[in-house]
Ligand binder design. Structure first.
Ligand code: 5GP
Length: 190
């Protein structure tokens, strides 16, 4: 047998979720986004560093797969965010719980998010990054729920548009669980 070793049965079981986006579809889309980023940033001639900035914790698995499809030198950094509200409802109040490890002045920053829901988190992040004088700021999000948008934010690189369902897996959690599912599923009773 060739290819990657199978993931354990627990991770492959959709119970108690319904599968929305499968592992192979995710892998194909992530590779396409990586190729697009490679083309776009490879065409730049200013020599500025490219920083791939992961938003903890939901983007970690997406980011890990994505950067292996970016055929350019990139720096990784992470930012921790807490958004007040319960697990399924964003309040719009955002706070940085863990800041970047290095300045981004003069660098090209690609913010990598798991999902744009109301848009408050990425709106805050983009504005905050812009105050730090980067060469550019772009947003890459695996998922977008346009039905829930309260702020319009331009998503430069988008994986999938999804319906208004609470999703888990591939980095996304419910009560900090299920981030290690290889697919994206939705909670059937939400
Ligand atoms: P926003 O500020 O756009 O409303 O929310 C962004 C954050 O809310 C995401 O980074 C994510 O942590 C969380 N979130 C929004 N929708 C979902 C969802 O369907 N599933 C999970 N697991 N988290 C979500």
């Amino acid at each position: 047998m060739s290819g990657r070793p199978a993931t354990p049965a627990w991770n492959r079981s959709t119970d108690p979720f319904a599968e929305l986006i499968g592992e192979e579809a995710i892998a194909r889309r992530v590779a396409e986004i990586g190729a697009q980023i490679t083309a776009d940033y490879g065409a730049l001639t200013d020599g500025a560093q490219v920083v791939v900035l992961g938003v903890l914790k939901g983007s970690v698995i997406f980011l890990a797969d994505l950067v292996r499809h970016i055929g350019l030198p990139v720096y990784l950094d992470f930012i921790g965010i807490s958004s007040y509200g319960d697990a399924t409802q964003s309040s719009g109040v955002v706070q940085i719980t863990q800041d970047l490890t290095r300045p981004i002045a003069g660098k090209h920053v690609i913010i990598v998010e798991d999902i744009v829901d109301t848009g408050h988190t990425v709106h805050y992040l983009i504005e905050n990054m812009r105050t730090r004088s980067p060469a550019s700021v772009k947003l890459c999000s695996l998922l977008h729920k346009p039905e829930r948008a309260e702020r319009q934010v331009p998503i430069d690189y988008l994986g999938f548009t999804i319906p208004n369902k609470f999703v888990v897996g591939y980095g996304l959690d419910v009560a900090q669980q299920y981030r290690n599912l290889p697919f994206i599923g939705y909670v059937t009773n939400a």
